[in-house]
Design a protein around this ligand. Structure first.
Ligand code: HMG
Ligand code: MG
Length: 298
């Protein structure tokens, strides 16, 4: 059965922009974040405290975090892969971070330069430190429905890494179809394997739309009880370590589908679609939300 309401995790400012080769002004990022909040988005992944040598677009993480016009009831989160990232994030007043692991060894090496086991070891002190600072920690597992280097990924491996993050203290684990190769039945099977280890209400779906399957996959996992969905306004994005990957499922498309299912999000679809049009014009990218394009061409 479907959930009554869904919490949308807007990852556009981070996952959506991290792969942009030309520097985007910090002011544009801040305006994007505030427009999203104004549209009713209650959780925004604002930036990423990673190495600027690896991901140059996120080099202004401190400026972004420190200059947010914070609105009541909105969580502004950031990725932090190690103690150094956490420390920087804490200095900038972050209230929530996300750690990111992978269900694929090769992807882990390419993305964070260490094995899956090493990443989990590295995360343990980050989690402890975050918790003692009162900062909540979310976890990601990448490549849950396929890996750009290894191909098929066993659902058991996804379950194992998800459980490790959960047991370590992540309050929620977001399941990333990083390269968007999943299909609905496969997504359902993967989720079933994970949900045998972790309660459904601790899980989120983070689906990319590379093969145009993201909405169908979401429908499948919503039916299983997933109630947290990661998405990116205008479908912005891609991943620097997954060649050819397109962005996350577009937030506008998700909200439109959820509206049709009678599932609440608290988001103003018109305002969200306007934000998608605005940001794609600002950075010179096509709007990859079909709903956004349709609403804004009326
Ligand atoms: P490393 O090279 O193994 O670590 O990087 P290191 O400790 O040797 O540091 C290397 C350099 O980075 C050094 O600088 C450090 O000072 C610096 P240098 O001496 O070369 O000038 N450094 C840092 N700088 C700023 N902030 C930090 C930091 N840590 C080290 N926190 C590391 C390891 C993880 C840092 C690196 O591999 C990295 O930054 N990777 C970036 C990974 C990334 O951001 N990927 C994209 C996000 S994940 C994703 O998109 C998937 C997701 O959306 C889910 C899905 O779709 O599936 C979440
Ligand atoms: Mg992603």
């Amino acid at each position: 059965t479907f959930p009554k309401s869904v919490r949308l995790v807007e990852v556009g400012p981070r996952d959506g922009l991290q792969n942009e080769p030309e520097p985007i002004a910090t002011a544009t990022k801040l305006e994007l974040i505030d427009r999203l909040a104004a549209a009713g988005v209650r959780y925004i992944e604002a930036t990423s405290f990673v190495s600027p040598r690896w991901v140059p677009q996120m080099a202004d993480h401190c400026e972004v975090m420190q200059n947010l016009s914070r609105r009541d009831g909105v969580t502004y989160a950031a990725l932090a892969p190690n103690l150094r990232g956490l420390q920087a994030a804490l200095t900038c007043g972050v209230e929530e971070i996300a750690l990111f692991a992978a269900a694929s060894e090769t992807f882990s090496q390419k993305n964070i330069n260490c094995s899956v086991a090493e990443s989990l070891e590295r995360f343990t002190p980050v989690l402890k430190r975050a918790q003692s600072a009162g900062v909540r920690v979310r976890g990601y597992v990448s490549c849950v429905l396929g890996c750009p280097y290894e191909g098929e990924i066993a659902p058991a491996k996804v379950a194992e890494v998800s459980k490790a993050l959960h047991d370590m203290g992540c309050y929620e684990v977001s399941l990333g179809d990083t390269i968007g190769t999943g299909t609905p039945l496969k997504a359902k099977r993967m989720l079933e394997a994970v949900a045998r280890e972790i309660p459904m209400d601790k899980l989120a779906a983070h689906f990319h739309d590379t093969y145009g399957q993201a909405l169908a996959n979401l429908y499948a996992v919503l039916e299983e009880g997933i109630a947290v969905v990661d998405s990116s306004v205008a479908g912005l994005g891609g991943c620097p370590y997954a060649k050819g990957a397109s962005g996350n499922v577009a937030s506008e498309d998700v909200v439109y589908m959820l509206n049709g299912l009678g599932i609440e999000t608290g988001i103003d679809l018109e305002a969200l679609a306007e934000t998608g049009t605005w940001i794609t014009r600002a950075i010179g990218r096509p709007n990859r939300s079909k709903v956004g394009v349709a609403l804004n061409s009326r």
